[in-house]
Design a protein around this ligand. Structure first.
Ligand SMILES: Cc1ncc(COP(=O)(O)O)c(C=O)c1O
Length: 440
């Protein structure tokens, strides 16, 4: 337990914390006060190695001066301007800069403020796209078990994490789910992509037979699911999904909120897996987490379908007050410049073999029942304590924090996704600390 320091707020009650056991946290808070590079510092001055890039977002490391300065300059010049029937130069500049790295013709950008908004935007675009083309019956959305697509009603409807869905009523109608791809009995301790399970994509054919292709607008999947505990696609699974979508005129949406911006060693998961989606959602690494922002990329044909609306008509009745916020755009441009100059969009690929071996060195330690990895992501699954699911991993999380390492846990799975600037010695520190905790 951390002893509150003078910098610890006296009253923690007012802030209803997200995805947090509020009463437990407030009884023994874990606070982060400052950050730089690969580290956080607690109010009492302890250094904590960031094993999760904040929350999968600080890809270029913390406290990047270039981003701070760009934000400060922009807020002084233009703090806000609307993008409804008006525009400001930096939003166009940012969009043009972003499409340098997107695959294929994913070259139109719709700005949002978060991953959840990106997902809901993508789902709406998919349904409206079919309507604009005269196929308005295509309204069904297909997600996947264990999928995480944020917390909007669209996102939790296509998502497949039970706790995120069960308290919120009947959700969107017309949604179906593919099976998830996690199978420890066949794929445990696979290094990189699992070999077994490509055929799970064929379940989409079953869903098409059930509902008829004429009712299905889109399939949405994460190329690699992070929040559900690092669930990898079996080899060629995503290619198979693409083929089936093509066969039936169904749009394929990749939710790249965590795989976007270099996490797998390519700018996007789409390039890593060599599969071109029709729509791609992003957020997090877009601005290095410094200012909230999301972006949805659509292929030319999707954008063009809307552009045949009558001259002068608004083509898509959708948008946010802060779509293309000038200060977020400034943060984003500075972020992308760092990624390019420091080679961070591909650096994960160079470190991946070292990362993989370090992660798999935990095999054989007590309670470790699986290790999964790809790019600079790893998942370590622990055997649950009988009757207390999640408690074992949460114990590791708390001890790791006390020992100066920030990790993330979901259920009994430890998820790791450090800033892409990580050095090998820090990789050793992450897995060395975890090995020590697990051993004891
Ligand atoms: C794949 C995916 N989609 C969407 C989201 C939601 O993003 P946000 O929390 O910014 O709304 C996340 C967040 O972790 C995510 O991992």
């Amino acid at each position: 337990m951390i002893t509150p320091s003078p910098a610890t707020p006296q009253d923690l009650e007012a802030f209803w914390m997200p995805f947090t056991a509020n009463r437990q946290f407030k009884a023994a808070p874990r606070l982060l006060e400052r950050a730089e590079g690969m580290h956080y510092w607690t109010p009492d001055g302890r250094q904590v190695l960031d094993g999760v890039a904040g929350l999968w977002c600080v890809n270029a490391g913390h406290g990047r001066r270039e981003i701070t300065e760009a934000v400060s300059r922009q807020i002084g010049k233009l703090d806000f301007a609307p993008t409804f029937q008006m525009g400001h130069p930096i939003a166009f500049e940012f969009a043009n800069r972003l499409i340098r790295h997107t695959p294929g013709d994913l070259d139109h950008v719709f700005f949002t403020n978060s991953g959840s908004e990106s997902v809901d935007t993508a789902l709406k675009i998919a349904i409206a796209y079919h309507r604009a083309r005269g196929e308005g019956t295509r309204q069904r959305l297909i997600g996947r078990e264990k999928g995480y697509h944020g917390v909007g009603f669209g996102g939790i409807s296509v998502g497949g994490m039970v706790n995120n869905r069960k308290s919120f009523g009947s959700l969107l109608t017309g949604v179906d789910h593919l099976p998830h791809t996690l199978d420890l009995s066949r794929n445990a301790f696979s290094k990189g992509l699992p070999e077994w399970g490509t055929h799970l994509a064929d379940d989409l054919e079953r869903i098409v037979q059930l509902h008829d292709a004429s009712t299905i607008a889109a399939v949405i999947v994460e190329p690699l699911s992070g929040s559900a505990g690092v669930v990898l696609p079996p080899r060629d699974y995503l290619k198979r999904l693409r083929e089936i979508c093509d066969r039936h005129g169904i749009l394929l949406i990749f939710d790249e909120v965590i795989t976007g911006f270099g996490r797998l060693g390519q700018p996007f998961g789409a390039q890593f897996f060599d599969v071109l989606p029709d729509i791609m959602t992003t957020a997090k690494g877009l601005t290095n987490g410094a200012i909230p922002m999301g972006a949805v990329f659509v292929r030319k044909q999707v954008y063009d379908a809307f552009m045949s609306a009558p001259e002068g008509a608004i083509e898509l009745f959708h948008g946010y007050t802060y779509s293309g916020h000038p200060v977020a755009c400034a943060a984003g441009i500075a972020t992308q410049r760092i990624y390019e100059e420091e080679g961070l969009l591909t650096r994960a690929g160079e470190l991946a073999p070292y990362w993989q071996e370090a992660a798999h060195s935990l095999k054989g330690l007590p309670h470790v029942i699986d290790i999964r990895n790809l790019g600079l992501i790893a998942g370590i699954e622990l055997e649950p304590v009988a009757g207390k699911p999640g408690s074992r991993a949460f114990g590791v999380f708390r001890t790791a924090f006390e020992r100066g390492l920030l990790i993330r846990v979901t259920g009994d799975i430890i998820a790791l996704s450090p800033p892409l600037i990580i050095e090998k010695a820090q990789i050793d520190q992450i897995f060395g600390t975890l090995a020590d905790i697990l051993r004891n």
